[in-house]
Design a protein around this ligand. Sequence first.
Ligand SMILES: Cc1cc2nc3c(=O)[nH]c(=O)nc-3n(C[C@H](O)[C@H](O)[C@H](O)COP(=O)(O)O)c2cc1C
Length: 403
Amino acid sequence: MTYNGKRILLGVSGGIAAYKAAELARRLVAAGAKVKVVMTKAAQEFVTPMTFQALTGEKVAAAMFGPGSEPLEHVALGQATDAIVLAPATANLLGKMAAGIGDDLLTTILLAATKPILVCPAMNCEMWVHPAVQENVARLQARGLTVLPPAAGELACGATGYGRLPEPETILEALAKLVSHQDLAGRRVLVTAGPTHEDLDPVRFLTNRSSGKQGYALAKVAWRRGAQVCLVSGPTLLPAPHGVERVDIWSAREMLDAVLARFPESEALLMAAAVGDYHPTSRSEHKMKRGSQELTVHLTQNPDILKKVATLKKKQVVVGFAAETRDLEVAARQKLEDKGLDLIVANAVNRADSGFAVDTNEVTIIGRRNLVVRLPLLSKEEVAARVLDQVAALLPPREGGGG
Ligand SMILES: Cc1cc2nc3c(=O)[nH]c(=O)nc-3n(C[C@H](O)[C@H](O)[C@H](O)COP(=O)(O)O)c2cc1C
């Protein structure tokens, strides 16, 4: 995650989900953020400031006047931070923000704030759909605040519907975008991830050990940096990354169709999927029975997605991945040439802490004009960031003059 040293102001208002803000504070601290909590009076009816103070190591700010207050906190706190997250944001807080009211420390900080604000409303589902609340949300969005809509599910009041505070993971992702450099703002990025499955019969298939983690990390990091991301994913156990459009496919041929349909409108393609090279020549309609001692399966080569993409390529930046167990850089360079790629990420998959299914990876990024970037063992998100740095450098300037 991208919170190392980032200063986050966490505003907690008086909803039942205030207890979940404690977990959010803990997760932010664990991700490297410096967290300052500001609570409303009502929030303290649900959780004590002591809880947040213990989790963040920082005194909680709650009073504008009287004991514990600091004269200039109402202005300084919303400026001496990198981003503000309001979780949970009550209907009352949304209303006060929309109307420009500053009658306590948190609402006054928000009036003086100069940094990006993520609003995470949580309330009863009838409150959420009330026209006043919806109008307030629309006004806040029109002013440039980011609103993370509540999730659906069973609510504390017993009702079921939209009103739950999203999971900490989702809030952390949405907030990560607010503290990330937007060097890919508006860029259309297509990423493939995961393995493919090639059916033998209705219950068996050929596949490989790809978990999808590197491709998902690329999609997540590209989205955080402002890209519009489409992730074409083979079967994986990973949740869809926040903000990313995910297209699920099963086989290499389905992946080909999904990629070719989206490639012309994309500005960059990162092919991190481990695409099967072959599929069984015929798929048995029924489950194959155990029979003779030996079984011969005939395989037919799958289409080469990168080669097909090369025939359609215009200004797009195309990145391939080469997972190899030997002669890594030589094989990768060969693939770069053969497939007309702009970059190739050579990935050592013969060590336990790099390649398939783990959270770390050791790669070398190879490009045209003798570009060679040998990276140490890094998290897959850090690898993704370094690969996207190279992609950003190769993207042609945006039409209309934007950066
Ligand atoms: C038990 C209980 C739970 C509440 N939960 C919520 C909630 O989830 N969302 C909400 O918008 N208001 C909720 N409220 C109402 C707020 O606490 C009330 O509107 C309060 O004035 C909010 O103040 P604040 O916005 O300054 O924190 C709840 C009230 C009670 C008594």
